[in-house]
Design a protein around this ligand. Structure first.
Ligand code: XMP
Length: 512
């Protein structure tokens, strides 16, 4: 993205790299993450106004230790090295690093020896979060020590003339209570940024960039699922090229209650966008008949989804672009090793491999919370902006065993009751995902004076930052109790309700 003030964070493999990016953006400064081994040419193309070297797991003296082109220190822009980043800076510029006799982990008191610009206003002592095995024992020529701790002789260093700074601790974590002051000293005192990167000007910039990319006649297609990512991406592109954007909404019959109607009324009626709504429920259900294996179900849905999408896209004639709601964490992570296949995920609207279309990905530099803010800025209804993630294969992965129209309708009702009660209790935004599962268990019960043999509904509620790991959410008993009575009273085919108390790992969020 073209912006005047941009921090480039070089990723040396530390666990907090994305967090650094988010903290900087919270200060209204735009930043991007690049791998540590970018070439000088690539780095200059990104037009950085400052660099941050992230932490990393290696020791700078290991033969395989990651390092960057040493010319990066001489670009005349400020460089801040954090933890491994500082050790690398010290090594490259002639300092000394040794294994620390006492390794520091966790909260540590720092004494400021010289505040310089970086620690201005922080006082003589503050608490910082340390996590390191090596330490700088002698600073490179031209550097001064800014802070020390009991066991770390160089907790911070600077060569202010060359605008080079190093911090042994992590200023990006909240366990360093002064994190905001330190980052803002770096960004505003040292880099002299104005901090004007806001969601409003992101929207403006990105509409301009989409217009440039699409040219005066470019036509685009977008798979709209109603999820926040594809919705926001489609709205931005619609703002940029208006009726030259065609959105395809495939109803695969596995959606939640009222979802299709909500998507159509929002995008077609309220925002006047061109939506091609495809009712493909029957086709999908036919293909799923008799299929019980979870992976098989996912594959059938994924494959057929692309077929339906292509079929509809072909009817539109010449199309040049495919709009996708890819987010920044996907972009960063796609550069790293892929984890073992646990479930074959596919994204609704995923790129059909043989469609020769250029991509428009207006959200590819944004984090999820920023996408939500863009959605709010563009007037997307709150319900949609804050809607929990929903898997591409929809309710099919929440019904164990064969998917049938009857099970779908039970699950839709159950899910709707659960979400209604969670919202009523004011818990919806505290939870990453909450939903009903139909485990396909029939059990004996009694309703009135009659024996029943009916379905069990399970409730899944988790907190998570990114869906990769998750904890089960402790819903208060009163809320569970209301949900329980409503489920068995309002849905004739349900006589039992259970609550899933497992975290991920060892479970996954979806049951299939
Ligand atoms: P699991 O079940 O693997 O889910 O713990 C992690 C997150 O991913 C969502 N999910 C999917 N999203 N297509 C998607 O777009 C899929 O096939 C898919 N399967 C799971 C899930 O809802 C959770 O947020």
């Amino acid at each position: 993205m073209v912006v005047e003030e941009k921090v480039i964070i070089l990723d040396f493999g530390g666990q907090y790299t994305q967090l650094i990016a988010r903290m900087i953006r919270e200060q209204k400064v735009y930043c991007e993450i690049l791998p540590y081994n970018v070439s000088l040419e690539e780095l200059l193309q990104a037009k950085p106004s400052a660099l941050i070297f992230s932490g990393g797991l290696a020791s700078v003296y290991e033969p395989e230790a990651p390092y960057c082109d040493p010319r990066f220190y001489r670009l005349g822009i400020p460089v801040l090295g954090i933890c491994y980043g500082m050790q690398l800076m010290a090594r490259d510029l002639g300092g000394e690093i040794l294994q620390a006799p006492i390794q520091e982990y966790g909260r540590t008191f720092l004494s400021v020896t010289e505040s310089g610009e970086l620690f201005k206003g922080l006082g003589k002592r503050f608490v910082a979060w340390m996590s390191h095995a090596d330490q700088v024992t002698a600073v490179p020529p031209g550097f001064r020590v800014l802070a020390q701790s009991k066991d770390t002789p160089v907790a911070a260093m600077a060569d202010e003339t060359a605008k080079l700074y190093g911090l042994q601790f992590h200023p990006e974590v909240i366990h360093t209570p002064q994190w905001q002051a330190i980052l803002s000293n770096f960004l505003f005192r040292i880099c002299r940024f104005s901090g004007e990167w806001t969601i409003e000007n992101f929207v403006e910039n990105s509409i301009r960039e989409i217009r440039e990319q699409a040219g005066p006649h470019g036509r685009a297609v977008c798979g709209l699922s109603g999820g926040v990512d594809s919705s926001v991406a489609a709205m931005l592109v619609h703002k940029a090229i208006g009726p030259r954007l065609f959105c395809i909404f495939v109803d695969h019959g596995l959606l939640r209650k009222g979802e299709k109607e909500e998507v159509l009324s929002t995008f077609q009626d309220k925002f006047n966008m061109q939506i091609i709504a495809v009712d493909a429920a029957e086709e999908f259900l036919k293909l799923l008949e008799g299929v019980t294996d979870p992976e098989e179900k996912r594959k059938i849905i994924g494959r057929h989804f692309i077929r339906v999408f292509e079929r509809e896209a072909e009817k539109l004639g010449d199309i040049d672009f495919l709009v996708q709601g890819t987010l920044y964490p996907d972009v960063i992570e796609s550069g790293t090793a892929t984890a073992a296949l646990i479930k074959s995920h596919h994204n609704v609207g995923g790129l059909p491999e043989d469609m020769q279309l250029a991509l428009i990905e207006p959200l590819k530099y944004l984090f999820k919370d920023e996408v939500r803010r863009v959605g709010e800025e563009l007037g997307l209804p709150e319900e949609m902006v804050w809607r929990h993630p929903f898997p591409g294969p929809g309710l099919a992965v929440r019904i164990l065993g064969e998917v049938t129209p009857e099970k779908l309708s039970i699950l839709r009702e159950a899910d709707n009751i659960i979400v209604e009660e969670i919202k009523r209790a004011g818990l919806y935004r505290k939870i990453w995902q909450v939903f009903a599962v139909l485990p396909n268990i029939l059990s004996v019960g009694v309703k009135g004076d009659r024996r029943t043999y009916a379905h069990t509904v399970a409730l899944r509620a988790v907190t998570s930052r990114d869906g990769m790991t998750a904890d089960w959410y402790p819903i208060p008993y009163e809320v569970l109790s209301t949900i329980s009575s409503r489920l068995v009273n309002e849905i004739p085919q349900v006589n039992r309700f259970v609550y899933d108390l497992t975290s991920k790992p060892p479970s996954t969020i979806e049951w299939e």
